[in-house]
Design a protein around this ligand. Sequence first.
Ligand code: F6P
Length: 328
Amino acid sequence: MAEKIKRIGVLTSGGDAPGMNAAIRAAVLTAIHFGVECVGIRRGYTGLISGDMLPLTAEHVAGISKHGGTMLYTARSEEFMTPEGQNRAADNCRFMGVEGLIIIGGDGSFRGAQTLADRGIPVIGIPGTIDNDIGCTSYTIGFDTACNTAVEAVDRLNDTMQSHERCSVVEVMGRCAGHLALNVGIATGATVTLIPEMVIDFETDVADRIRSARLSGKTNFTVIVAEGADMPAETVAAKIQEATGVDTRVTTLGHLQRGGPPLVRDRVTASRMGYKAVELLLTGTYNRIVCMRGDQIVDYDINEALAMTKGLDVDACLMQDALMSGQD
Ligand code: F6P
């Protein structure tokens, strides 16, 4: 049987996501519950390379679940992309007595974790990104809160678009994936949603839809454009104005979508995943990614997990297509 780990490290890496704090809290409190010490590493892999570590007690994590962002700070480390940086990070783990490391972040962060696992550091990944674009898990911490933040913003835009009989083109985040855009489009009753997974034909996918919505009596329109779509929001807006004559405005929601208090789904999922991560380390189950499948928290080997891919929910796309002819 593996010897019980005595000290666990936690770090957050890549873009922050609402709910990361709840995952940190759950990891710390679970470790304490089982008599294990927990330390935080500040600024992700950057902090691991420089040895920027702090002990984490129940006091440190009290009340953090309700806050967006990450109390441990986060970074995208250039140095960690190099073998020298990875060696230094692994050496520092050993030097700091970190016998198991929990990495909360996206798939780029997990690839970093893989390099530490290759150097003999036991790692566990927890998926935290507003993009929901990690292949092995049906849900990533922060997605629901980010969707709700974007939906609230679009609802507000709809009020003023209605008054002026305008078209609102709204760019949402999501990197190369359309999960965020698709859900925001469905929830706000958008006239058009453009995602990276589609090849855009402006006439049929945008102009014709706006024209037909106008013919059926609609006087204002919402077009959601994912940041990774193959036509930028500014271009979409200019083309709409030109092709339909509808007065059009562009709004980029940007980093607004990453902030704010995490909603219940993110706090609870993050807590479950933080607990599971520590449980895995304490049972000697190393180099895993904690995932969600249906309602269940499961885990996969890190190499297998990183080889998994996920597409958009096809049923949701078909449903969205049917609903876009509606009158919202
Ligand atoms: O991965 C999360 C995310 O917010 C993406 O949606 C976006 O493309 C990217 O991070 C923005 O990164 P940064 O905060 O470095 O500008």
